[in-house]
Every structure is written in C-alpha cells, then in structure tokens.
Design a protein around this ligand. Structure first.
Ligand SMILES: Cc1cc2nc3c(=O)[nH]c(=O)nc-3n(C[C@H](O)[C@H](O)[C@H](O)COP(=O)(O)OP(=O)(O)OC[C@H]3O[C@@H](n4cnc5c(N)ncnc54)[C@H](O)[C@@H]3O)c2cc1C
Length: 402
C-alpha cells in the first residue's frame, strides 16, 4: 500500500529527480544555489530543487549581536529576501515551500510539511538534505525563531526593551554572550550597566580557545565597562509583575549572590532543530548522527549539513567547506556516480573571531592569536553585512566562489 502511495506521489513529479532541502539558512540556501547552477545542467532526466523554509527572509544573524541595539543596523540589512535570488533559474526546476518540515518517511521517501498558511504538503524526494540548524535555548531572536514576521517582531520588541533598560544582565559567556555584552557596552558607554555572568573560570571556556584569547577578551570587556561575574550560574529568575517595577528582574546566582536587572538575557545553550527527525537518526545530544560523508547514519539518501549535524563545530567558519563537500556528494549521487562520494575532512584548525563593538576584537586561527585591529577591521566594522546580498543572492559563498 505504502509503495503504491509512494509511486503515485512520485509520478506527479514526472521523471525528474527531486532534491528537497529543509532549512534556508547559512548552509541550506547556498547548497540549493550550487545544485541549480552546477548539477542541474548535468542531469538528463531533469532535476528539481525544493527548498522548505518558514522564513521568507534570510536572517544575517552574525550581526544580531549589534542588531539588537535600536537603530544600529536597519532591518533591510539584517533580513534579506530569499526568493529573488532564485529568479535566475528555470521556474520548473526550483520551488520554495514556505513552511516547516514536520516529519519524513524513509520508506516512501516523502517529507511532510505544514505551510505557513496552515495547509499540509507531502513532498516526495530522491535526496533529502536536513539543514535546519539550531536556536539559542532561550529562543531569543538572535536566530530565526519561526516565521519572518515572528522573528522580526520579537527582535523589535527586544530592541525596545534594550533601549529603555538601564541595567542589563547577560548570562552565558560563549561567543554570543560575550559579543552582545561588548556591543551593548560599546554603544551605551556608562549610560547602561552591563553585567556578564560567566559559568566557568573564564569567558569562552566551551570554545576551548588559547588562554591569551580569553585574557584579551576579558580585558577588552572590562575596558568597555562590562562587569564580569565569574564562576556563577543563574539559579532562579524572579520577574516583577508590574511593568513599572524597578528593577524588573532579580536573579539568584549559584555563588549565593543576587543580581538585579531591568533586562535579563539568557544567551547560553544551543538547541538543534531536529524535533521532526526520528530519534533513531539522532545522537544522544539530539544532533543528526552523520557518517563521514555527511549522510545520516542508517540511511541511503538523507544528508545533514551545518549546525544540525555532529561532525564539526556549530560555526559559520566551517559552512563553506561543508556546502562544497555536500554539493559534490549530491552531484555524484544524482549523476549516477555514487561510488565517487568522498569522506568529508573536518577542519583541524581552531578558527574563531570575537568582536565587541567596532573597536575591540580578537580571535584565533590554529594556535595563532589574531591581532585585535585585524579582527576588528575584518569582522567588527560591519559584521559582514556588506557581503550579505551576494551570499543570499547565490553569487558566492562566504569565502569561496559559488
Ligand atoms: C548571534 C549569533 C552570532 C553568530 N556569529 C557567528 C560568527 O561570527 N562566526 C561563526 O562562525 N558562527 C557564528 N554563529 C553561529 C552560526 O550562526 C551558525 O553556525 C549558523 O547559523 C549555522 O547555519 P545553519 O544553516 O546550519 O543553520 P541556521 O542558520 O540555524 O538555519 C537553519 C534554518 O532552518 C530553518 N528551520 C528550522 N526548523 C525548520 C523546519 N522544521 N522546517 C524548515 N525549516 C526549518 C530555520 O528557520 C533557519 O532558517 C553565530 C550564532 C549566533 C546565534
């Protein structure tokens, strides 16, 4: 019965092959462009790329750490429309499904999605790519949190809260917490009190950077006026009922201290977007469990890329290489050369760039600590917003050709 159902579904797509990509983020969006540009012309029976995403706009979230400050970055630089970039291809070969994947059936190779208008859609696939990324545990809008409208409305509300708060406490001293604290302090100087709560002995502990990098970051934050509280976690959060209460939030910390804030930003923890994936395909941390070729273990035609997978750090510094690899692997499979799919070589070099406002920055490549002025010039000045149009438009990867 299922096989018959599968046949009927597939016949509606004629004979052309279908690659369904779930998630139009940093990894999924350029992968769709790459397949349409380079693989489509090689497939005699035709190829259709179907991109499933709840967001009409691409969120340039690298700049969100500054974008949360009211007026710092215009909306149109932070959010770029996805569909115009695909107008360059034959409309029969590409489809954008505005919705969210809800499940998929490995037996009949079919994805189920709920469109943003509430209707259901079954989408048969030959190859399925999961590129649904991750979110901050607290669901603050530093990443897409739902539809574009939901994300931008949450961002505007956060901008307002930041604008009117005099005291802001950030918990979580990973890159997002550190950069947000630095950006806020750089923008507001002594006009707002910014506190960063660090669970470990130092900032960026989980990123395993050089001790000299953590030292520079902590010194820079202090120069900017950020108050650092080491070796403490937020245990309890009490929010006042009245909007006029001063302060609005009081925090009990694991070291016995308390902290008060008009605004509390929990910026720790990452949650991968895999709720629609069968548990058998996930590792114990709910990442997609990938084999060395980036195929999901135990499947023949399901692949994972970006933050959602478990082969590399959850960072943009690795996405170019993953996109190039997976595009080549899918090219092999779709052109009948499955035997030529290679293993992906994860980067063995630590690569991280930390900016705190436009002036203060540092970073690491391998065992080399980067000069602050260089990192500030490359990243801190613009947070790469000047490259967004070409990236979202499918013209280039971050540091490689399309
Ligand atoms: C504030 C911030 C700043 C950062 N800055 C840096 C930096 O400077 N350098 C760096 O290396 N890394 C940085 N990162 C990390 C970087 O953002 C991630 O590595 C990157 O987003 C991963 O890209 P991705 O495509 O895998 O996933 P994502 O960017 O998370 O994209 C996934 C997409 O899938 C969609 N999606 C989710 N669920 C579904 C579903 N069920 N169906 C359909 N679509 C779905 C989402 O809406 C989203 O559009 C930063 C992260 C944050 C939070």
């Amino acid at each position: 019965m299922r096989a018959i159902f599968s046949k009927i579904l597939h016949s509606t797509y004629a004979m052309s092959k279908a690659v369904v990509i779930i998630g139009a983020g940093w990894a999924g969006l350029p992968l769709a462009h790459k397949l349409l540009k380079h693989t489509l012309p090689k497939i005699k029976e035709g190829l259709k790329v179907i991109l499933v995403s709840p967001n009409t706009q691409f969120y340039w979230n690298v700049a969100a750490v500054r974008g949360v400050i009211p007026g710092a970055i215009p909306d149109e630089k932070l959010f770029l429309p996805i569909e115009p970039g695909f107008a360059q291809y034959d409309p029969d070969k590409f489809e954008f499904v505005l919705g969210r994947a809800t499940s998929f059936d490995l037996e009949i190779n079919t994805l189920k999605a709920t469109k943003n208008d509430g209707t259901q859609r079954s989408i048969p696939y030959d190859q399925l790519v999961i590129a649904t990324g991750s979110q901050i545990l607290s669901n603050l809008p530093f990443k897409p949190i739902g539809t574009h409208e939901e994300t931008i409305s949450a961002l505007h509300s956060l901008q307002q809260q930041i604008g009117k708060s005099k005291t802001i406490v950030i918990a979580g001293a990973g890159p997002t917490g550190v950069e947000t604290a630095g950006e806020l302090a750089a923008a507001y100087g002594g006009n707002k009190e910014i506190t960063l709560i660090i669970s470990g002995k130092h900032v960026l502990q989980a990123s395993e950077v050089l001790p000299s990098v953590t030292q520079v970051v902590e010194k820079d934050l202090e120069k900017l006026g950020v108050k650092l509280i080491h070796e403490a976690r937020v245990k309890e959060v009490h929010t006042a009922e009245s909007q006029d209460a001063d302060p609005k939030t009081s925090l009990n910390l694991s070291n016995g201290a308390t902290a008060a804030a008009d605004l509390y930003l929990p910026l720790f923890g990452v949650q991968v977007n895999t709720s629609f994936v069968p548990t058998s395909l996930l590792d114990s941390a709910r990442n997609l469990d990938l084999d060395p070729t980036m195929r999901v273990k135990g499947t023949e035609n399901v692949w994972g890329i970006g933050d959602v997978g478990n082969i590399e750090a959850k960072q943009l510094t690795v996405t170019d290489a993953q996109i190039i690899h997976l595009a080549a692997a899918l090219d092999c499979v779709l052109t009948g050369n499955s035997g030529q799919v290679k293993e992906y070589k994860p980067s063995s070099k630590k690569m991280i760039f930390i900016t705190m406002g436009k002036k203060y920055a540092t970073g690491q490549i391998g065992n080399w600590r980067l000069w602050g002025w260089l990192t500030a010039y490359v990243k801190g000045r613009m947070l790469f917003v000047d490259t967004a149009e070409g990236y979202v438009g499918g013209k280039h990867l971050r540091h490689a050709a399309m």
